[in-house]
Ligand binder design. Sequence first.
Ligand code: AMP
Ligand code: ZN
Ligand code: FE
Ligand code: FE
Length: 283
Amino acid sequence: MTADLHLHTTFSDGTYSPEELAAEANRHGLNALALTDHDTMEGCARMAEACESLGMEFIPATELTAEQEGIELHLLGYYLDASYPRLQNELGKFQSVRQQRIEDITDRLNKLGIPLEVDTVFRLANCHAPGRPHVARALVQEGFCGSLDEAFERFLKKGKPAWAPKYKMSAAEAIDLIHEAGGMAVLAHPGLSRADETIPALIKAGVDGLECFHTKHSTYMTERYLEMAEQHGLLVTGGSDCHGMSKGKPLVGTLKVPYQYVESLRERANQRRNERAARLPAN
Ligand code: AMP
Ligand code: ZN
Ligand code: FE
Ligand code: FE
């Protein structure tokens, strides 16, 4: 039994719908999936239904953008209660920030002489949590760039002329929010974020796990993070971080984590929930 615990759909910057993604994962023989769209859980209901009809287990989740000591970190929240009011409220705020940022980026492009219209990006993104990949796709679609890589290299990467900053929650706030909404907080792809120096502070802030397995982690990185997780009693997760067809071959199916990690994650989430319920005053 295997799982993929890091996936994106058209509800953020992936290109597959939840149904297409579930079907693709099923074709690869995966047994459990988590949907981790950036700053939204809107795809979870459809993904849950698609998984159920294909006989796969589903874990509701999201990937939050946070910051620790000036370093951007992605925090995965698993087994979140999507209906929890403060979570809904905060996700709504993240989405407004993302929409405003698309306007800032297109403003910058316009000032650079690239007449890309903001509505072209919004129409193409067709979601509440748009991101730079949507701007990149619009730049290619409108013939301003030859490829997505060119769009990032010339304009969109941090430090390039159309890059715009984005408000981020502190990592400690994101971890608290995930916990409050009944979820488990896992540091995403630590190998990509220069995150090592932040890990002690994240552990202090209550992070529950490390995403040791990721398509962009080398074997060496994976082993190092597995060791770190063991040493600190942290949960282990992993996933393909598939964004669909955007970068050529879809990544779903290329990384399968053993099902035992799903069981540990679920067990600890249940344990946490029971402890919380016991602390709440009876009425
Ligand atoms: P955003 O959430 O708007 O900051 O965009 C971040 C997303 O852009 C990441 O999740 C990646 O999928 C994608 N991305 C970041 N850097 C690049 C790059 N150099 N080339 C292609 N995609 C990228
Ligand atoms: Zn993404
Ligand atoms: Fe990420
Ligand atoms: Fe991701």
